[in-house]
Design a protein around this ligand. Structure first.
Ligand code: ADP
Ligand code: MG
Length: 230
């Protein structure tokens, strides 16, 4: 089942002489169970692509479907994001005054889930990322790699079907980066569609498919993982 589908998607930032064509005519889809790596040079449109796929930004042309819904017609995009889309940003933006478990519970509580239930779900997903024992710690009380795992737990909670990760291993050492990839891979294997932006072939090797962007266009796409790096 296709979870996200971009058809002939374009995104132009600014207008007139200042217009920047961040994406042009992009076609891309990810099915349940699939981990798709998006690679390409800086400025090639990778983050724009993820923002459009997650409804954080809207396409100028073309259509973006998430679980069959055209995002252009969705009235409450924030609600759709909370329910269907998990987003792991490069900067973690955990809320410093909330504990790990409170950070992870937050999207569920915003969605109207009662706090006992939200806490149970949050603890389960923290266990999945190996952070159960740190549930009551504040973000500044854990390491960078552990913070990233909490941020991933927050993106996973609520069984969201589309997971978007923009260079989630950016500032992490190799071992922690591998752990993050294992979590993303496991989620895909459990039925989520995962889009992973990375510039590291080492991490792209975990993907089922690699899409290369250049100047806002899909330059190449391969079904063959870069096996040698795995
Ligand atoms: P990447 O993530 O591959 O580095 P981006 O998607 O961030 O690329 O950016 C693609 C292009 O769009 C770049 O030329 C960038 O400068 C431009 N761009 C991105 N966001 C904006 C914005 N909000 N306003 C104007 N230009 C933008
Ligand atoms: Mg980027």
């Amino acid at each position: 089942m296709t979870v996200v589908r971009l058809s002939e998607v374009g995104r132009v930032h600014d207008e007139g002489a200042a217009a920047v064509h961040a994406l042009r005519g992009v076609n891309l889809e990810a099915a349940a169970g699939e981990l798709v790596a998006v690679m390409g040079p800086s400025g090639s449109g990778k983050s724009t692509l993820l923002n459009l796929a997650g409804g954080l930004d809207l396409a100028t042309t073309g259509t973006v479907l998430v679980e069959g819904q055209d995002l252009a017609g969705v009235k409450d995009l924030a609600a759709l994001r909370r329910r269907s889309v998990g987003y792991v940003f490069q900067d973690l933006n955990l809320i410093p005054s909330l504990t790990a478990v409170e950070n992870v519970m937050l999207p569920r509580e915003l969605d109207g889930v009662r706090s006992g239930q939200a806490r149970a779900e949050a603890l389960a997903v923290l266990a999945e990322v190996g952070m159960e024992h740190m549930a009551e710690r504040f973000p500044e009380e854990v390491s960078g790699g552990q913070r990233q795992r909490v941020a991933i737990a927050r993106a996973l909670v609520g069984e969201r079907r589309l997971l978007l990760a923009d260079e989630p291993t950016g500032a992490l050492d190799t071992r922690t980066g591998d752990e993050i990839l294992q979590i993303l891979r496991a989620r895909a294997d459990a039925g989520a569609a995962v889009l992973l932006v990375t510039h590291e072939p080492r991490y792209a090797a975990w993907a089922d498919r690699v899409v290369f962007l250049r100047d806002g266009q899909v330059a190449d796409s391969t079904d063959t993982p870069l096996e040698s790096a795995r």
